[in-house]
Design a protein around this ligand. Structure first.
Ligand SMILES: Cc1cc2nc3c(=O)[nH]c(=O)nc-3n(C[C@H](O)[C@H](O)[C@H](O)COP(=O)(O)OP(=O)(O)OC[C@H]3O[C@@H](n4cnc5c(N)ncnc54)[C@H](O)[C@@H]3O)c2cc1C
Length: 384
């Protein structure tokens, strides 16, 4: 902590997850003095399927593949483990599975190599605007509270963010998906196939992503407030993968979902990643928007520090255009699909063109807006 007392960063980034580590790297690369703080000791694990379109590579000048665990070549969709649809992913839109313990530490390492001062095991307790910037109260590994100051702050403290609300940024009452994740160690029958089932989880879906030596399993409900009924689902899902119903370690969580267009910036402060409520309300994709917002936040803060007064407002506008517009349609699709999922599976997922469309959406080649109106009309016509 004594080292921290001496440091005078231009920017403090709170949270070294995908969003914060990406922001810190780009800020350092642009020549800014950056202090990256994370409450956890690194490397840290995190409940996450780790599925991520390879297209995120275009936002980084270094090769991300050292952090990639598996390359997915096909996707297997089922309805309550029956009625399968197998879709080969087009070669131009590959899908990666990463381990978060590796990806996040790897991004932070790249940041450190670019000049970031990274302090894990350091929790930010509060933020307060002061003359010339922000006062940041932290508690380091030895438990001593300390005050730091920076001209600008990136808030990337994840779905459980305690800093976004008091800043009055993002949705006033965030909406959450209820999730359960399970890490399974054992044999994987098809190491290049990701599985999605839409019939086992009420108002949501479950997935099984292959990784070296096992699967990452996830369950999520996206509509309503009921917690996911995990044990009933896992009792059926795990044996279908060749595992005992009680195998693996369960961890329950809440994932902050995109829920409307909101300002993501204040004076010298921006939200990024889950803290900014960017996660896809239909397919729970949170890594790509976390990385995108981290990069965009860095570019915006660099311009703002350089004297461009409107740069942070432009960040909110960019995230709305590049991500929010598609998510507005994704939210509408989720509201219709998860209320009538059986019809949705038959009319949406089982269409010959659907798997390619899903791959195109996950890769960023298409937005939900490109398909939503047709899908919603089809579902509403059939259902009512
Ligand atoms: C079960 C599950 C499965 C998922 N699977 C996928 C998937 O396959 N693909 C996908 O794209 N998305 C997935 N997601 C979503 C994805 O995990 C998140 O969207 C992503 O982690 C967001 O990254 P982030 O950097 O915003 O937040 P995080 O990765 O949560 O990072 C936040 C960091 O902030 C730190 N922190 C928190 N508070 C403080 C504080 N006060 N001071 C300092 N540090 C702090 C934390 O320690 C943490 O390291 C999944 C989510 C869940 C729950």
């Amino acid at each position: 902590m004594s080292e921290l007392a001496d440091c005078r960063p231009e920017v403090i980034v709170v949270g070294a997850g995908a969003a914060g580590a990406a922001a810190a790297f780009h800020l350092a690369r642009l020549g800014r003095e950056v202090l990256l703080l994370d409450a956890a000791a690194f490397p840290r694990s995190k409940p996450c399927g780790g599925g991520m379109a390879a297209s995120v590579q275009r936002w980084f000048p270094f090769d991300l593949r050292p952090a990639v665990d598996t390359v997915v070549e096909r996707v297997r969709f089922t309805w309550a483990l029956q009625d399968p649809v197998l879709a080969e992913l087009p070669g131009e839109a590959p899908f990666w599975i990463v381990r978060r313990s590796r990806l996040d530490a790897f991004l932070a390492e790249q940041g450190v190599a670019a000049g970031v001062d990274f302090q894990p095991s350091t929790e930010v307790r509060s933020l307060r605007p002061v003359a010339g910037g922000w006062r940041v109260e932290v508690q380091g590994p030895d438990g001593t509270p300390q005050g730091l100051q920076a001209r600008a702050v990136v808030v990337a403290d994840g779905s459980g963010s305690r800093l976004a609300g008091p800043l009055g940024l993002g949705p006033r009452r965030p909406r959450f998906a209820s999730t359960v994740s399970v890490e399974l160690e054992g044999e994987v029958s098809d190491p290049a196939a990701a599985r999605f089932d839409f019939g086992l989880v009420r108002q949501g879906f479950c997935w099984a992503f292959p990784r070296q030596g096992g699967y990452s399993i996830g369950l999520g409900t996206f509509v309503g407030r009921d917690p996911v009924a995990a044990e009933a689902v896992l009792t059926r899902l795990l044996p279908s993968l060749g595992f005992a119903p009680g195998a693996g370690v369960r961890s329950a969580g809440q994932l902050r979902l995109w829920d409307g267009h909101h300002a993501l910036h204040g004076d010298g402060v921006v939200l990024a990643g889950d803290a900014a409520s960017l996660c896809d309300p239909f397919l729970a994709e949170g890594l790509r928007p976390a990385l995108l917002s981290g990069c965009q936040a860095a570019f915006a803060i660099d311009r703002w520090l350089g004297g461009e007064a409107g740069a942070l407002a432009a960040y909110s506008a960019t995230m709305r255009r590049e991500w929010g517009e598609s998510m507005a349609w994704g939210r509408r699709m989720a509201q219709v699909f998860y209320r009538v999922p059986r019809v949705g599976y038959q009319l949406g997922i089982k269409r010959p063109t659907a798997p390619r469309r899903i791959a195109q959406i996950l890769s960023g080649e298409m937005g939900y807006g490109d398909i939503a109106q047709r899908v919603i009309r089809r579902l509403l016509l059939r259902n009512g």
